[in-house]
Design a protein around this ligand. Structure first.
Ligand code: HEC
Ligand code: HEC
Length: 411
């Protein structure tokens, strides 16, 4: 445990960190209130706190269509800027406002057969919005469902030098094979940066990701997203005219930069769960490489040198992701480009932390919309640049497939 102890100690010791955690859990309330310190929720929003959608930093799950009224955990439907509904369906509203709708999903099941006869059922999702509050969506509007990713270990991903990510993309391009990951360049604060957070790597920094969450998910203004009505469009006049929580004592905003900074700091110090060392299972490591998984799920990186944080500086870490975009084919595509990411491009998901979920294999919620209930299902959805890796997995003897899945669940 080279890294865990210092990170954990630092996290536990820091008062800022505990404040950051409290803010991550804080239930924001509607404006106006006497103190103004916690108000400005909505008017339309998805959840009242970060922790509602990211309980203990774990990932979320889609609604279970078999359970009436189930909303899943942190499940959200993104839109390509609908003229009325904006960029996301907000499923909650403060008193007196009308919700945009209730995000749900319906599934069509398909049976996939391995060459050796074993079968797996995959569920093809169709996102659905029930009880639309502001009329139909525009003809051209595309819906893309998302579950929250696991947020542990993000501070370490943040410490991978941008130049190293660019170099990995250049190396893959030069290799000339089917696997050719690309950087999602996003311009934030007038600077073209390397995107690394979110399912399509559209956020270059934690600050940007967290600020967007306040705007889209909670409906609160921040320095990067100064509109107090969050995602409400000009067509949603009642929302735009409702009281808001912008206040002079907080930089004229609902959420000042100090609050964002404390939440960023809390997330930055959350260590990944248990995978701070190289995997010990040599046979599993070899299968992972031979199948071609490691081509995108790059096992290790070295963090940047940082004299101020010696415990985190120049360390080998094992996220099992190249942080690049790959085209995984139409079956996973959502026709919703983000930055330089096309509809069927996704960022290679870091696999560390899956060990925490291992006991639940068979009822996991993997991939961007949580459609895959197990690691095997997740692999079978891989296509496009990952088609060959999937085929190698399918052609393995059952024992090797099991071994590979167990390896992935141990990361
Ligand atoms: C309504 C549920 C919801 C709320 C509330 C919410 N999030 Fe998220 N969060 C998500 C979803 C869904 C994603 C994935 C978005 C995407 O990439 O498409 C996400 C992504 C993230 C990520 C990126 C993780 C990664 O691996 O790249 C971070 C960090 C994050 N959220 C932090 C926060 C913070 C901080 C707050 C509170 C200010 C917050 N979230 C509030 C649902 C939510
Ligand atoms: C061409 C690049 C590429 C290759 C090769 C590849 N993957 Fe992936 N993998 C991805 C991307 C991109 C995603 C995210 C897709 C999504 O969420 O829709 C992903 C997602 C996953 C997930 C889901 C993780 C989660 O938390 O949601 C698992 C598990 C996984 N891959 C395992 C594997 C295994 C095992 C192999 C080898 C058989 C493999 N992958 C090969 C790019 C790749």
């Amino acid at each position: 445990m080279l890294l865990a102890a210092p990170v954990a100690a630092q996290a536990a010791d820091s008062l800022d960190n505990r404040i950051g955690e409290a803010l991550f859990r804080r239930m924001w309330v509607a404006a106006p209130t006497a103190t103004q310190a916690a108000d400005g929720l909505g008017p339309l929003y998805n959840a009242r706190s970060c922790a509602t959608c990211h309980p203990r930093g774990a990932g979320g799950r889609p609604p279970d269509p078999a359970v009436k009224g189930d909303q899943g955990v942190g499940y959200a439907i993104k839109l390509n800027n609908d003229p009325v509904y904006g960029r996301q369906i907000q499923s909650n509203a403060i008193l007196g406002q009308v919700i945009e709708g209730r995000p749900r999903v319906s599934y069509r099941e398909e049976t996939v057969r391995f060459p050796d006869g074993e079968t797996v059922r995959l569920r093809h999702p169709t996102p659905v919005v029930e009880d639309l509050g502001y009329g139909p969506l525009a003809e051209a509007t595309v819906m893309s469902a998302r579950v929250p990713p696991r947020v542990h270990g993000m501070g370490l991903l943040d410490r991978i030098p941008a130049g190293a990510i660019e170099a990995e993309a250049a190396r893959q391009a030069a290799a000339g094979g089917p696997v050719a990951g690309r950087v999602n360049h996003v311009t934030v604060d007038g600077r073209r940066q390397v995107g690394r957070f979110g399912w399509k790597a559209m956020h270059p920094t934690l600050d940007h990701q967290d600020s967007e969450a306040f705007s889209l998910d909670i409906g609160m203004s921040t320095p990067s997203y100064p509109e107090p009505w969050g995602d409400c469009t000009p067509a949603q006049t009642a929302c735009r005219n409702a009281p808001h929580g912008d206040s002079k004592q907080f930089e004229g905003l609902e959420i000042p930069s100090t609050v964002i900074g404390l939440i960023d700091g809390y997330l930055r110090d959350l260590p990944p769960d248990g995978s701070l060392e190289a995997p010990k299972d040599k046979a599993g490591t070899a299968l992972f490489a031979d199948a071609g998984c490691a081509a995108c799920h790059r096992p290790s990186w070295r963090t940047a040198e940082d004299a101020e944080h010696p415990a985190l500086s120049g360390r080998d870490i094992f996220p099992h992701s190249d942080l690049l975009l790959h085209d995984l084919g139409p079956a996973l595509g959502d026709r919703l480009p983000m930055g330089e990411a096309n509809g069927s491009d996704w960022r290679t998901t870091p696999l560390w932390g899956l060990n925490r979920l291992a006991a639940r294999d068979g009822q996991l919620s993997l991939l961007h919309d949580g459609r895959a209930r197990s690691v095997t299902e997740a692999i079978l959805w891989h296509g496009g640049e990952a088609e060959a890796a999937k085929e190698r997995f399918m052609a393995m003897p059952a024992g090797e497939r099991k071994r590979l899945v167990r390896y992935v669940l141990g990361l």
